[in-house]
Design a protein around this ligand. Structure first.
Ligand SMILES: [Zn+2]
Length: 54
């Protein structure tokens, strides 16, 4: 199973299994949608619930 360690881009804390997260990203173009996984990895910021609620 593919497992990637995620961390919050605000506080840098690790995201726990099952934790609610928020992703901030630029709206992808149609061309980019084809490579959405690579796009997400490159362009998205993961934000944990604690930081998002602040
Ligand atoms: Zn955080």
């Amino acid at each position: 199973m593919f497992k990637r360690i995620l961390s919050c881009s605000v506080c840098g804390g690790d995201i726990k299994d099952g934790e609610e997260i928020y992703a901030k990203m630029e709206a992808p173009s149609k061309k980019v949608m084809v490579e959405i996984k690579a796009y997400l990895k490159d362009k998205s910021e993961i934000i944990c619930k604690d930081c998002y609620d602040k």
